[in-house]
Design a protein around this ligand. Structure first.
Ligand code: ZN
Length: 745
């Protein structure tokens, strides 16, 4: 098909009446569509246009076929159109170009796929989506280009310190481009404009850029000029203690925002409803400032496709929480790799269905839009197709219950961006981490799952009173690096009646890691730093000195396990509840006794100020809990969270199993999402099968005056009996397979 006939087809397809619309599936790959449950009255675009929000704000399902240079030889655009229509997606990501063009480009150094021939694969794919009422987003790559461009435009490329270009590790005929160069500010916009001119795309997405990882240091001419203006060459590795690194970190972020705004503007030149979306992600572990990036991003795409090694299954839900902490209800998508991404990685075979489904479920539960992703236009493995279709079909049938208004969680967990990015203690400098550590957050998180708490992440840049007022308590897992302003916001929250749980070095350093003589929040903690961190040392303890609600449930013991690291503190005005028993030898057994049997040093400080309750742990109990798997430590954290939050939570769920809970106020009412992680493959993938949970007793608090008429389980398709007394709605969920959503309307 030439471009002219394709444009005519596209123009015609916009007005295709519903009957023809359905008939167009008949030749497709999936006969199930003939009995399809697709809403025949309107395609997704029609739905979006009836809403004043831009189309991506109301998108609920998204797909991506990531085709390769050779695919123009064999790829069937119509069959792919049928597949994506069978998933009832709102939008599909389609490869336009960047490294190689999948259409007959005229832009210099934008190399056409060597297999393109006379085809316009991108144009065919856009047309195939459009005629099925699906939005088309051009998926681009701005990160690599060929040697001919390197020779003609040496200024476009990243350089090592010796001036050499940076070839790609696996495809060394491609070279890394520099984001400070005109490749980003002129060449990529020229390509976007060409695509915008010829194809009715609804947006642009760039693979791999900007990412949330550590800023890479380049030594090209442009970057050397930048370093001159900053006063010198920054260190190659993340080092927030270095003044040049600090300047470079901000300059890098400024350029990311400049390019993002530029590309978003170019995307909207022909269609104000169009959008540019960059590639973010990183889960808990981010370096670039998400709060700043979120201010440029109309749409946050989390490229968090799967897990490997010892990564826990809840890694995807955590990604959702991190993204929500900055997007605060605006569009977030998460890429779910349908291929087997693990270590090692297989791009062309399917992921285990149970693992993939739980990944899609976590994306949905945490309020992200699932984006289903396959690589290669002519797959030899097709098992993934049914997994996506089954989940997306269910999503589409229940779409209204996934239109979230706001989370109803009553606990906030601080997402400590700077600490995650820059803080490290010697024992946490492992290759997995890019200079920081997420073990503190991970330990608290696991305790919150065990305690079945309902919580949100709040980014440290969003600690204003409006953001915090809905929460009864703020939980702070070692936010060692906090600015004066952030500390003041926490102080105001506590003075206004909010409760606080904090651990270890929280507020001990400025946002760049400069040490303070004492905790900036010492007055709030009721504790002062009395020395440098002691540890890591095992075999230390906390001794129970007095009764306290946080110690409930610990019988027949005076000792609890101690944290591996601690800040020695003075807390003279607070009663001693838990005292430190300093570390002593664990070997040989003859030497295993406390060499300092009794101290008055606090292992925890519990205090009340007006309506506020404060629990401060000078030890890294959260990190130690995660690293050791110790059950007492998790219980201690859970008890402390219970105590700071108080009774009558927004939602309580009793029953057996490890579950993660999200609860949203939705357009029709409320939705309670229950994810079942109870599985031998919870912390080492992949999930092979589901181990269903038995009955769960739920008490769900609705807004005052709200009368609930129906409680339904959407996955198991059942109406549940319930009772409502004032705001409390009580019901039993008979069981949870992998994932259940309870709709209260
Ligand atoms: Zn450069």
């Amino acid at each position: 098909m030439d471009r002219r006939s394709f444009l005519l087809l596209t123009a015609a397809s916009v007005t295709t009446p519903p009957t023809e619309f359905l008939r167009s599936f008949a030749a497709g790959e999936d006969s199930r569509l003939l009995h399809g449950r697709r809403d025949s009255t309107s395609g997704p675009q029609a739905k979006a246009s009836s809403d004043s929000s831009p189309w991506y704000r109301v998108m609920r399902r998204c797909g991506q076929i990531n085709y390769n240079e050779r695919d123009p030889l064999t790829m069937n655009a119509e069959a792919w159109g049928d597949y994506w229509a069978s998933l009832r997606v709102d939008a599909v990501l389609l490869n336009g170009g960047g490294i190689v063009a999948f259409y007959p480009t005229q832009v210099s150094f934008h190399r056409r796929s060597q297999f393109l021939g006379t085809r316009d694969l991108f144009g065919e794919m856009v047309a195939a989506m459009k005629k099925r009422g699906i939005r088309a987003v051009a998926r681009m790559d701005c990160n690599l280009a060929y040697e001919d461009a390197l020779k003609a435009h040496p200024e476009w490329f990243e350089r090592n310190a010796d001036g050499s270009p940076r070839p790609h590790g696996e495809s060394p005929w491609l070279f890394a481009t520099c984001m400070f160069s005109s490749y980003f500010s002129e060449h990529m916009p020229a390509i976007y404009r060409e695509i915008n001119q010829h194809y009715p795309v609804d947006g642009f997405f760039t693979n791999g850029w900007p990412s949330t990882g550590a800023p890479r240091v380049c030594y090209c001419e442009n970057c050397l000029h930048l370093f001159e203006s900053l006063g010198g060459v920054p260190p190659a590795e993340t080092d927030a203690s270095n003044p040049l690194y600090r300047k470079y970190y901000q300059a890098h972020l400024d350029r990311v925002l400049e390019v993002w705004h530029l590309w978003d503007g170019v995307a909207r030149e022909r269609n104000p409803e169009s959008v540019y979306v960059g590639n973010l992600g990183g889960g808990l572990d981010t370096v670039k400032d998400l709060k700043e990036i979120s201010q440029a991003a109309a749409w946050f795409n989390a490229d968090h496709q799967g897990r490997s090694g010892e990564t826990p299954i809840w890694d995807c839900a955590q990604q959702g929480r991190v993204a929500q902490s900055v997007m605060q209800g605006r569009t977030i998508t998460n890429v779910a790799g349908a291929y087997s991404n693990a270590t090692p990685n297989w791009r062309h075979v399917s992921k285990a269905p149970a693992e993939l489904t739980l990944w899609l479920a976590q994306s949905t539960a945490s309020g992200m839009v699932p984006w289903f992703h396959w690589l290669g236009g002519s797959p030899e493995d097709n098992r993934w197709r049914a997994v996506g279709r089954s989940f997306f079909d269910w999503l589409a049938n229940n779409e209204t219950h996934f239109r979230n208004r706001s989370s109803i969680a009553d606990l906030a967990v601080l997402y400590p961006q700077r600490t995650v990015a820059f803080y490290s203690r010697p024992e946490s400098r492992r290759p997995r981490y890019r200079g920081g550590s997420v073990d503190y957050l991970q330990g608290l998180y696991y305790a919150l799952l065990e305690g079945r708490f309902l919580f949100d992440f709040v980014h440290e840049g969003n600690l204003d009173a409006t953001s915090l007022q809905k929460y009864r308590a703020l939980l702070v897992p070692n936010a060692a690096y906090l600015s004066d302003g952030q500390c003041e916001a926490i102080r105001r929250y506590v003075n206004g009646g909010g409760s606080l749980l904090a651990t270890f070095e929280t507020s001990r350093h400025t946002e760049w890691g400069d040490p303070r003589p004492d905790f900036q929040l010492a007055d709030v903690f009721g504790a002062h730093a009395a020395g440098e961190v002691i540890g890591p040392r095992g075999n230390s303890y906390a001794r129970m000195e007095a009764r306290h609600p946080v110690l409930e449930g610990f019988h027949d013991t005076a000792l609890l396990p101690g944290a591996e690291n601690r800040v020695p503190v003075r807390a003279d005005s607070v009663p001693l509840i838990l005292s430190i028993v300093p570390a002593y030898p664990a070997f040989p057994p003859e030497m295993v006794y406390p060499h300092e049997p009794k101290t008055t040093e606090h292992a925890a400080v519990f205090r009340e100020m007006g309506k506020s309750r404060i629990a401060y742990f000078p030890g890294d109990v959260d990190r130690t809990c995660w690293r050791s798997g110790n059950t007492d430590m998790s219980q201690l954290l859970q008890n402390a969270v219970h105590w700071v939050r108080g009774s009558d939570p927004a939602v309580s769920i009793s029953g057996s199993g490890i579950i993660e809970v999200f609860a949203w106020e939705t357009e029709p009412g409320y939705a309670l999402h229950l994810l079942n992680y109870t599985n031998p493959n919870m912390t080492h993938g992949a999930i092979r099968q589901t181990y269903p949970l038995g009955p769960q007793q739920v008490r769900f608090r609705v807004s005052r005056g709200r009368l609930i008429k129906s409680v339904r389980a959407l996955r198991s398709v059942a109406s549940l009996r319930f009772q409502q007394k004032a705001e409390a709605v009580s019901f039993e969920v008979p069981g949870i397979k992998d994932y259940e959503v309870i709709a209260l309307t």
